[in-house]
Write a protein that binds this ligand. Structure first.
Ligand code: ADP
Ligand code: MG
Length: 232
């Protein structure tokens, strides 16, 4: 198991982490989201959908894809315009139980019957996974994020990932870094962004420019008493 803990000080910081998670996901993956009501599970799902949309080959989110499927109230399917991941499946299992007959509702079109992984063209994010544990991959075969409410606006997320995810590009950055505020643009930046901790190469470039032109060397007034070596 690969493991990491992040402290997220705002919903935007959590979204930036979700963008990082999105960048390492592959079709078939299941991500379990644990945490009490209001912890931030749905906020994280939204961030993953956003992250996958932003990284689409043609650029830009598929706005129509952000309309939830009306088929089931406990499953939302977000179509993606990507070759690798065509759908994000968002399951909220709060009102479900393992012995419910989900097959009649089309569960087998969303999950692989044998591996219990997501369908071959999809990633799945599951809130309240313990309610339907029997239908999901074992803990060693899926990712899980546990979200704890530390205090107003602040969450701790503990992530566990299957060992074989260590081969994935960006996985090291995701595990070792936290979302950061871009020193130039002040927006939250994903741990896996190639321009990290800047929002873009452009932001990095303009920061270098201000450094070269001494934008960082601020005239500093002596504080009263400073430089006064005398001891009374
Ligand atoms: P859940 O799906 O776990 O019930 P939601 O994502 O629907 O939770 O709601 C989480 C709420 O907590 C949102 O209103 C969100 O704005 C708020 N929030 C405050 N701080 C954070 C944070 N650091 N990360 C995520 N959500 C946060
Ligand atoms: Mg929710």
């Amino acid at each position: 198991m690969l493991q990491a803990t992040w402290e997220l000080v705002s919903p935007e910081a959590t979204a930036a982490l979700a963008h990082g998670l999105a960048s390492v996901l592959r079709a078939g993956d299941v991500v379990a989201l644990e945490g009490e009501l209001g912890a931030g599970k749905t906020t994280l799902v939204r961030g993953v959908v956003e992250g996958l949309s932003a990284a689409q080959a043609q650029g830009g989110a598929d706005e129509s894809g952000l309309v939830a499927s009306p088929t089931f109230v406990f499953v939302h399917v977000y179509p993606m315009r990507r070759a690798d991941i065509a759908r994000v499946i968002h399951v909220d299992a709060y009102r479900l139980s393992s012995d419910e007959d989900l097959e009649v509702l089309g569960w087998d079109q969303l999950f692989d019957a044998r591996s219990h992984g997501a369908a071959a063209d999809a990633v799945a994010l599951v809130e309240w996974p313990q309610r339907i544990a029997g239908r999901l991959p074992g803990p060693e075969a899926m990712a899980s994020l546990r979200i704890e409410h530390l205090r107003e606006g602040v969450r701790r997320i503990t992530g566990r990932f299957p060992q074989h995810w260590s081969d994935r590009e960006g996985m090291g950055a995701l595990l070792e870094r936290s979302p950061a505020v871009c020193p130039r643009t002040r927006v939250w930046v994903s741990p896996t962004a190639s321009s990290y901790p800047f929002a873009s190469e452009r932001a990095r470039g303009s920061d270098l420019y201000s450094w070269l032109t001494q934008g960082y060397v601020l005239p500093r007034k002596l504080e009263a008493g400073e430089g006064d070596e005398s001891v009374s």
